[in-house]
Structures are given as C-alpha cells and as structure tokens.
Design a protein around this ligand. Structure first.
Ligand code: SF4
Length: 241
C-alpha cells in the first residue's frame, strides 16, 4: 500500500492502533493511573460512554513516543542486570481496579517499585521549580497503589517507591524516592471505596470545582456531557446515555 506522505502514514497508524485498542479493551475497571484525578471522568470511562470526541492526534502520537521511551528504559535497565519486573499488570478483582507498573528494581538499599514519567520541557521545568508540587498528587497515588499491592502480595520486602521524570526535549532527569505511610495508604483505598460506592448506586461523582483541578477539563473527552449533567443534578448515568 502506498501513501502520499509520512504524515498520512503516521495518521493511519495511530487511528488503527486506537481502534485496535478500543476493540480489545475491557473497560469495566478502575485504573490506577486515574487515581487522584476527576472521579466523574473515571466513572464515565468505566461506564464505557460512547460519546467521546476523537482524541487529538498529537495526544496519541505523544503517547506512542512516551511508550517508546518506557521500552528503552526497561531494556536499558534489564541490560544492566538491575530489573526484577518490567511492565507488570496488577489486578484487584474485589475492588475492580487494575494497573500496569513500569519496573521493580533492586538497589543496594533494597527493592523498589519505579514509575517513569516523560514530560514536555515546559511541564518538566514548571514542576521541577515548584516549591510544593514536585511530585504530582495523582502520580503519587498511582505509584502508591502499586507499592501497597506489591507489598501485600509478591514483594513483601519492598522498601520504597521511586519516580523518575524525564524531560523529553532536553534529556534532564528528576528522581525522587518515596516512603509511603499508612495515612497515604488510607487516602488511596478510601478513594477506591468512594468510586465503588458511586458505581454501586449508579450515581455520577461530582464535577471538579477547584480552580487548581480544572486543567483536567481541558483534556476531557466527556466535557460536553459533563455540562449537560450539571444542568440536571440528579441525572443518573443511564439517562445520560
Ligand atoms: S469535564 Fe472536568 S469535571 Fe467533567 S468529567 Fe471531565 S474532567 Fe471531570
């Protein structure tokens, strides 16, 4: 098959990949990667609401490039002999939550679960320079869930977690070791309980209201439906469909 440009090949590849993913996906789960983010969006995705707008192609391409960096990172660490796990799926059937962790690595100080995040240079430096938000809360929640799941299961001797931010543009690195405590564990599992409570009662979680959270709405494929719901407070999810 011939194409008229590289852009066309990339575009067709991305839409095929998106379609394949949608055909194979089992959406009836909460995802660890959405913990700490908008609960309403998390709910609508699990409800498999079929009214999403086409995702911006650039977002899909950025995702693919991020995956390529993850693959490189896993291969690089494996070649150095430090890796115990790469791309490992964790599942909690009871609470209907799953997630795919990046790595478990053995350091001189013990085993740690690792999450690798790639960022645009602007985001990387904005985050790195901020005084109180160097690790984003939702990313800490995601990593914390991996940590406590592994600790309760396959790796009871896990000692900590670690997050590595990579600046996609300039190759800068920002690395943090995290020691999770019981208070943070409660925060994670309380949120999962809350999501399940909404699910069982078929009630949509509230929309985001805090200014610092509203950035999520800019990237939300459910925004127009969300507004519709706001005009009818008691609208149940089946009625939205
Ligand atoms: S538009 Fe905003 S509040 Fe509504 S579901 Fe999306 S992220 Fe949540």
């Amino acid at each position: 098959m011939y194409y008229s440009s590289l852009r066309q090949i990339i575009s067709e590849y991305l839409s095929k990949k998106t379609q394949d993913r949608e055909d194979k996906s089992d959406n009836d789960w909460w995802y660890a990667s959405s913990l700490g983010l908008c609960k309403r969006k998390h709910y609508l995705r699990r409800a498999n609401m079929a009214f999403k707008d086409a995702k911006d192609e650039r977002i899909n391409l950025t995702g693919e490039l991020g995956n390529a960096i993850h693959d490189w990172f896993g291969n690089m660490l494996s070649s150095m002999g430090s890796v115990l796990e790469t791309e490992f799926t964790l599942v909690d059937e009871v609470n209907r939550i799953r997630g795919r962790l990046d790595l478990v690595v053995e350091f001189t100080t013990g085993k740690e679960v690792i999450d690798v995040k790639t960022e645009r240079p602007e985001s990387f430096f904005k985050r790195a320079k901020s005084s109180d938000n160097k690790i984003k809360n939702h990313q800490k929640m995601q990593l914390g869930w991996y940590y406590f799941m592994l600790k309760a299961g396959k790796y009871p001797d896990l000692v900590a977690a670690r997050i590595l931010y990579i600046d996609r543009g300039g190759g800068c690195l920002d690395e943090f070791k995290i020691d999770f405590d019981d208070e943070f564990k409660k925060k994670i599992f309380d949120e999962i309980d809350e999501l399940n409570m909404y699910w069982k009662s078929q009630t949509l979680p509230p929309a985001l209201t805090l200014k610092e959270d509203k950035w999520q709405c800019r990237y939300c494929e459910y925004s127009k439906y969300c507004k519709k719901v706001e005009s009818n407070n008691n609208l149940k999810v089946k009625k939205i469909k």
